[in-house]
Design a binder for this molecule. Structure first.
Ligand SMILES: C[S@@+](CC[C@H](N)C(=O)[O-])C[C@H]1O[C@@H](n2cnc3c(N)ncnc32)[C@H](O)[C@@H]1O
Length: 395
């Protein structure tokens, strides 16, 4: 027994209660090395923030059984000790506190009445107190910012990332999933993602977020040149075959009647004024002909937006080094954000990369390396910037 009383049995109990399974030999060894001090109730490093627990809890919320052999699980929980001991351990493992008398008596009565221990532990994991504890962990919520690793600590943001079918492995951290997720996160937080919303994407290619939106809004129109350089390039983002066969590019089932692909120059949009609730463009406007092309595109996006509508942009932002092709300098990003008829929903956090240490990825010679948040092309170092602007009512 170590000084904190955190021996193998203690650790195994926590695993059974939180993850409904015993720890592996590696996990047990790891937990034993890293026990906390005796005055700290929580012990089980990482269990509650593990993807495994998050998935289990979501399934429990949806009333799905998660164990292949529920009877064997119940037997394992029964073996942990008396009802009183079990309830105390559930409180410690999930709520990180000693059981209060009222709570303890309640659950002991429930168990004496024949309720399964499995259900008592799950009820605690789904309790309001647990939910408050879960959301009490501080996390970053900014919308207008440089690509930000802190978003991988934001549970709401991570749920959106997963909903796009993207990897939640921090080692896969990449600007592209950042842009897609930050875009829908921002629209959601701004209250713009509604069943009634009409959305247009500029330089859309066949990005997965189009299909995601089709399942959630009234209408999505994807526009792109669908010709030239981008039809041949590695990712074939501008592949024109999506115009005829959108289903071939769908990452998951989607509401086909909600999504339309149109061949259109982003600098000259063929839509009436005030048509859309959201107009957005991800990793595209930097390729539309420098500041002039990008400014013209933003003017067009503003024109087709309804007053109060949201204009969301992800583009390239220079952090250091000489001027690079298709990468905007900070003052150019400011100029793009100051187009008439628009206002930023909040100031841009441009200091993100003052807070982190990273080795920029060489996109010319080593393009697949992750984390892939800051990159360089020769000596130009850059990242993504995400902007959310609102069309002024008077515009
Ligand atoms: C880097 S890709 C990004 C595609 C997509 N937004 C994504 O994130 O996968 C840039 C896209 O901009 C499109 N594009 C380039 N110039 C354009 C223009 N003037 N108008 C509309 N689309 C354009 C290209 O065809 C290409 O699909």
């Amino acid at each position: 027994m170590n000084p904190a009383g955190r021996d193998a049995t203690f650790i195994e109990q926590a695993y059974w209660i939180v993850l409904n399974r015993p720890p592996s030999a590696l996990e047990l060894d790891d937990q034993r090395r890293n026990h906390l001090n005796s005055d700290q109730v929580t012990l089980s490093r990482g269990l509650l923030q593990s993807t495994e627990f998050r998935r289990l809890r979501t399934a429990w919320k949806n009333r799905q059984d998660t164990h292949t052999d529920p009877a064997a699980l119940e037997q394992a929980l029964q073996r942990l000790g008396t009802n009183e001991f079990f309830v105390e351990r559930v409180y410690e493992s999930l709520l990180a506190r000693k059981a209060d008398e009222g709570g303890k008596q309640h659950y002991m009565t429930v168990l004496a009445g024949g309720e399964r221990r499995t259900n008592v532990a799950r009820a605690m994991a789904l309790s309001d107190e647990f939910a408050v504890r879960w959301t009490a962990v501080p996390y970053d919520t900014q919308l207008c910012e440089l690509a930000n690793p802190a978003k991988w600590d934001n549970p709401e943001w991570m749920d959106l990332l997963r909903s796009l079918g993207l990897s939640d492995d921090r080692f896969s951290m990449h600007r592209k999933p950042y842009e897609l997720t930050q875009f829908i996160y921002g629209c959601q937080r701004l209250g713009a993602l509604t069943e009634q919303a009409d959305v247009v994407s500029i330089g859309a290619g066949h990005e997965i977020v189009l299909y995601w939106l089709a399942n959630r809004v009234n209408r999505v129109v994807a526009t792109d040149l669908y010709e030239g350089y981008w039809t041949e390039r590695r990712g074939r983002e501008g592949d024109p075959s999506v115009l005829a066969r959108p289903d071939d590019f769908a990452p998951f089932p989607y509401r086909q009647d909600r999504l339309t692909f149109m061949k259109m120059d982003g600098r000259q949009l063929d839509f009436p004024d005030n048509s859309f609730d959201i107009a957005y463009s991800l990793s595209s406007i930097e390729h539309f002909g420098g500041m002039e092309g990008a400014s013209q595109t933003i003017r067009e996006m503003t024109r087709v937006l309804k007053p109060g509508g949201i204009l969301a942009l992800a583009t390239e932002y220079a952090l250091a080094g000489p001027r690079g092709e298709d990468v905007f300098q900070p003052e150019e990003v400011h100029a793009l954000a100051q187009q008439p008829g628009l206002e930023l929903v909040e100031p841009i956090d441009e200091r993100v990369w003052n807070r982190y240490q990273t080795a920029p990825v060489d996109v010319v010679h080593d393009p697949y390396r992750t984390p892939h948040m800051v990159v360089h092309v020769f000596d130009t170092v850059f990242t993504s910037v995400m902007l959310f602007l609102r069309k002024l009512p008077s515009a």
